[in-house]
Design a protein around this ligand. Structure first.
Ligand code: ZN
Length: 471
């Protein structure tokens, strides 16, 4: 039997990190078993659903790389089918028509348990119908116990006495979740239902509907909900929780996928796995059922790992997008200056946690308008020897034919030796002058990529400003 799973979000909000993890588990399970992954949009709550949210959800899934095989299937377009199934259940004696009107003073639970409409005579039913009362359809819950196996939770037993005769079709003719989800899962031949823990208490009701419709019952796997590091339910105060926010904050999709998978399941050592590796290794069993913890430091670490592993060429489109946002991008960087710019990316990539970290670090390479960090200047540019020594170093640089990493180092070290100072005096000062910061990748490579002209220009500007301040 072919594995068929579904991801079924309600388009009432953004794709939240918890839902994305559910989608990912479904997708990995389908791909591991060469099955099918179906996207269903549960939008029967028309007032709360929107096309814009649906578009946001599909965009987020595509960004993560979770392509679907069927769908999106919209529940709002399938309402006649749900009605037909509800009526079929009435005809077969598994459900009945209810004319109770909800009493505002009662909770829905009290209202549910009060309903005695299954005892209505035909005359009474006709009377209510003639009065124009709206009619719901309720499932008639049998007595006894119900037991099902959950892949993560093991055996789950429920006393059916505790379950009220729940509504399948509401007075307005729209299905409740219990009806639409079961009708769709049967119709779409879903073999495994992988979803959040919050659905586990509803599962017995749904199994009753499966049985009444004489359909095979799928396997269930209810995932634990994601908690914050403080063990509290995940909320906005734990940081970004919508998938597209991760996209906007400069995370790479594969890092987010690894973050979601490795929250509670480890394919081996902690590192970035490719989608193919994850597909190969993924199994739906106890090992993947642990309590997931949302730890943004881990995501930063994974994202940094991924950035440092990627080739500059692969990073280029992501970097381009970030630089565009900062108004630093120009087309030459992907054309005549591409070789140079790929070297800049390679130089900068080891210390980035997010793609957005490239922007401030690449700025001095792309613009003469870059900030000089105050504490860096205070620490490394105040040395009284610099105004006399830097012009000498600048003269040495000026005389160089080839301004390459090795030669820059040689010239700088030999000037330091001649002057009886440590090379670090020059190195630290140049970092601040040329990049505006205290730390950077190897300064000699930085200077080579910056080029002789620009390096000299920045050194001169520094000296001129300093003299101006003195006057
Ligand atoms: Zn009733």
């Amino acid at each position: 039997m072919m594995v068929r799973v579904r991801f079924a979000p309600s388009p009432t909000g953004h794709l939240h990190i918890g839902a994305a993890r559910t989608a990912l588990y479904n997708w990995l399970f389908a791909r591991h078993h060469k099955g099918q992954f179906i996207l269903r949009i549960e939008d029967t709550d028309v007032s709360r659903s929107s096309q814009k949210m649906t578009a946001g959800i599909t965009k987020a899934l595509q960004w993560l790389g979770l392509e679907w095989d069927e769908g999106p299937i919209y529940q709002s377009k399938r309402v006649p089918l749900y009605r037909q199934k509800a009526e079929q259940l009435v005809r077969q004696g598994h459900a009945y028509e209810c004319y109770c009107s909800p009493d505002k003073k009662q909770t829905s639970k009290q209202w549910e348990s009060r309903c005695q409409c299954f005892n209505l005579t035909q005359e009474e039913a006709k009377k209510y119908k003639d009065q124009g009362r709206s009619k719901a359809i309720r499932f008639k819950v049998p007595k006894g116990e119900l037991c099902f196996q959950d892949i993560f939770h093991g055996e789950v037993t429920t006393k059916l006495d505790n379950i009220e005769n729940f509504v399948l079709l509401r007075g307005d003719g729209l299905p409740t979740y219990h009806l639409s989800v079961v009708v769709d899962d049967i119709d779409q031949q879903i073999t495994h239902v992988i979803r959040g823990d919050d659905h586990i208490s509803n599962t017995p009701k749904q199994i009753l509907v499966y049985k009444a419709l004489e359909a095979p019952i799928p396997c269930f796997a209810h995932q634990s909900l994601i908690l914050g590091k403080d063990k509290k339910k995940l909320s906005k105060r734990h940081g970004e929780t919508s998938v597209l926010e991760f996209h906007d904050k400069g995370y790479l999709p594969l890092a987010v996928v690894n973050f979601l998978v490795q929250m509670s399941w480890s394919p081996g050592e902690e590192r970035i796995y490719s989608l193919d590796e994850l597909k190969d290794k993924f199994e739906l069993d106890k090992r993947s059922s642990g309590h997931p913890v949302f730890d943004l430091d881990k995501l930063d670490w994974l994202n940094g790992q991924l950035i440092s592993q990627m080739k500059a060429k692969e990073l280029l489109p992501y970097v381009e997008r970030e630089l565009e946002r900062a108004d630093l991008w120009r087309d030459e960087l992907a054309q005549e200056q591409k070789t140079w710019f790929l070297r800049v990316i390679d130089l900068l990539k080891p210390r980035n946690k997010r793609i957005s970290d490239f922007t401030p670090r690449a700025r001095p390479f792309l613009s003469s308008d870059y900030p000089i960090k105050r504490e860096a200047a205070d620490k490394y540019l105040n040395d009284e020897r610099l105004p006399a020594l830097l012009p000498k170093l600048a003269r040495d640089f000026k005389q160089m034919d080839r301004f390459t990493e090795e030669q820059i180092e040689e010239v700088l070290r030999s000037r330091a030796e001649k002057e009886g100072v440590k090379a670090a005096l020059f190195i630290h000062a140049l970092r601040v002058i040329v990049l505006g910061m205290k730390v950077s990748p190897g300064i000699f490579e930085v200077l080579e990529l910056m080029g002789k002209k620009r390096t000299l220009r920045r050194m001169e500007a520094y000296l001129t400003n300093r003299l101006a301040q003195k006057c």
